[in-house]
Design a binder for this molecule. Structure first.
Ligand code: HEC
Length: 155
């Protein structure tokens, strides 16, 4: 009987720990920002790593447009893939937990849209379709920037 009560106590403690982790994973490490957005609090290295990814996204988007204008579909496919889900593999778990769940969803959706551009360009090779799909993907860039900023905290 005593053992049984101890096991229940253990189950409750474990559930609380799981719930706390779940909460943290959902909400992320955010604070209100005085410009009306949400500030995602990161270390200097984490912020730099994410901003580097951002610049790669911008550069790849420009490269896709430039390649489409020359009907260079091989470059479109290669560059869109480089902005897709494969690029997500390097993100460390500790950083991932600091991002709110809506932000992660928007990020994944953007990567999936780039993978879709690559797959579509491989099949159809239609410049107008690629430009149209890229413009839809870039609505995600706009939406996320309107909602979040990255703010550096002490290490
Ligand atoms: C899931 C959210 C999210 C998405 C999607 C997103 N960004 Fe960002 N990006 C951010 C945040 C947050 C910042 C930091 C803004 C700030 O602190 O003011 C940022 C910053 C940037 C910067 C500045 C980089 C620097 O060195 O300062 C560029 C460029 C950029 N994003 C490009 C893009 C492009 C292009 C896309 C779409 C293809 C995109 N981003 C999609 C969240 C996102």
């Amino acid at each position: 009987m005593k053992n049984c009560r101890l096991s229940w106590a253990l189950v409750v403690v474990l559930l609380i720990i799981v719930a706390l982790f779940g909460y943290r994973f959902t909400v992320g490490n955010v604070q209100p920002s005085d410009d009306g957005r949400l500030a995602v609090m990161l270390t200097k290295d984490e912020r730099n790593a994410l901003l580097l990814e951002m610049r790669a996204w911008l550069q790849n988007s420009q490269s896709i447009l430039s390649a489409v204008s020359k009907n260079d579909f091989e470059t479109v496919i290669k560059t869109a893939k480089a902005s897709g889900m494969d690029a997500e593999a390097g993100v460390p778990g500790a950083l991932f937990r600091k991002l709110p769940v809506e932000m992660k969803a928007l990020g994944f959706d953007t990567r999936k849209k780039f993978d879709d551009i690559a797959a579509d360009a491989e099949k159809v090779k239609d410049g107008n379709r690629i430009v149209s799909k890229l413009s839809v993907a870039m609505n995600n860039c706009v939406a996320c920037h309107a909602t979040y900023r990255f703010v550096e905290t002490a290490q």
